[in-house]
Design a protein around this ligand. Sequence first.
Ligand SMILES: [Zn+2]
Length: 49
Amino acid sequence: MCSRCGKAAEGIPPTWICSVENHTRHYFCEGCARANLRAIESRLDSAWW
Ligand SMILES: [Zn+2]
């Protein structure tokens, strides 16, 4: 499920992005990944979202 919007998915679609923060995997759906690509790439903590 998407860590940001809570969108559920069966398995993890290849278009989703996996971000590892504090040794925990977070998955983001296509829309959220695109909207937060800059933040993900700079490895910002997602807690502020
Ligand atoms: Zn999402």
